[in-house]
Design a protein around this ligand. Structure first.
Ligand code: SF4
Length: 326
């Protein structure tokens, strides 16, 4: 695991529900290197958020059943007792959620809820020290008038401000890994650009490794170094970001790229990937994309393609070679 801060090995997540068994994530293998910005991209329901929540063990079990390994150094996070996991969650590995209004506690002031993170993870800090640390972090994420914000409740803040508070809170304990799940989805375009700049700056200044989850390939292109594309609970392609945009190998990735506004020559309509993502209760056999793929053949319908490739660019598709996977 040279240079890797996190290594996901053969992760499978099944939900046992009253409707039956739902295969949310299937055989995910992924590495996050020190200081790297990794993008997880795919349509809704592709397994991105379930994968990221598995890392910090936020999925209630039951109904979720997780198998495989998630290595943080020598520690397999999936094997840790729940209490032990508390030492890592919010401290060494932190997460920014999609909707800050839901994630922040409406009954606590900014100072109270940010201070709680420090009280939980850094025992022995006095009230004045906690306040100073919180203020310092608010300044770092460019919150205007931070002293005033300390006394405010989430409903008194704008969407962009709340997202900055979430980011500040997630960085209080200087995590090694920051997971950002659609951090800009609920924000307007100008605030979105500022939040992405901020995440980029924090990665550069602190060396924090980042996992950015989004369905927006424009955000991926601007922000990350390496991309994993998910479809129907599995990774179907992974590559350095420039390589993925220059030469996508999986028909699903190619379809996603051709559907980005501005990606087509003048006058040409944006491409649409026909059909929809299969239900997690009824995954098709073989390649899960075969019902939507213009290149599907008998083999695609019968056998699931393995991940193969080289030089950091890997794909799960029968149209491509069979070299060893990463
Ligand atoms: Fe299409 Fe077959 Fe490749 Fe799946 S394996 S993406 S169906 S060509």
């Amino acid at each position: 695991m040279k240079d890797a801060v996190l290594k996901i090995e053969n992760l499978n997540v099944i939900f046992h529900t009253k409707y039956g068994r739902a295969n949310a994530v299937t055989d995910v293998n992924l590495e996050l290197r020190r200081g790297e910005k990794l993008g997880l991209v795919g349509e809704s329901g592709s397994g991105k958020s379930v994968t990221s929540k598995s890392i910090i063990r936020l999925l209630p079990s039951p109904p979720a059943e997780l198998t495989g390994h998630i290595w943080y150094g020598d520690v397999d996070l999936l094997a840790l007792p729940a209490r032990e996991m508390e030492r890592y969650r919010g401290n060494r590995i932190s997460m920014i959620f999609q909707e800050p209004m839901v994630s922040l506690n409406p009954l606590y002031t900014v100072e109270n809820q940010m201070g709680e993170v420090l009280r939980r993870h850094e025992k022995g800090l006095g009230r004045a020290q906690i306040r100073e640390r919180v203020l310092d972090m608010l300044r770092r994420v460019d919150i205007p008038s931070p002293e005033t914000r300390l006394r405010q409740y989430p409903f008194e803040l704008s969407g962009g401000m709340r997202q900055r508070i979430m980011i500040a809170m997630s960085l209080l304990c200087s995590p090694e890994i920051l997971i950002a799940d659609e951090p800009t989805t609920a924000l307007d375009v100008t605030i979105q650009a500022k939040i992405l700049d901020l995440i980029h700056k924090l990665n550069t200044d602190y060396g924090t490794s980042l996992i950015l989850i989004t369905h927006d390939l424009g955000v991926i292109a601007q922000t990350v170094d390496y991309v994993a594309v998910m479809y129907a609970g599995s990774i179907v392609e992974k590559a350095p970001v420039k390589e993925l945009f220059r030469a996508p190998l999986h028909p699903y990735t190619a379809g996603l790229l051709q559907s980005i506004p501005g990606s087509r020559p003048d006058g040409e309509e944006l491409a649409v990937i026909p059909g929809t993502v299969p239900s997690i209760y009824r995954m098709p056999g073989g390649c899960a994309f075969h019902n939507r793929c213009g290149f599907a053949c008998e083999r695609c319908r019968a056998q699931k393609p393995p991940m193969t490739g080289q030089n950091g660019h890997y794909v799960a598709c029968w149209r491509h070679g069979q070299e060893e996977g990463r």
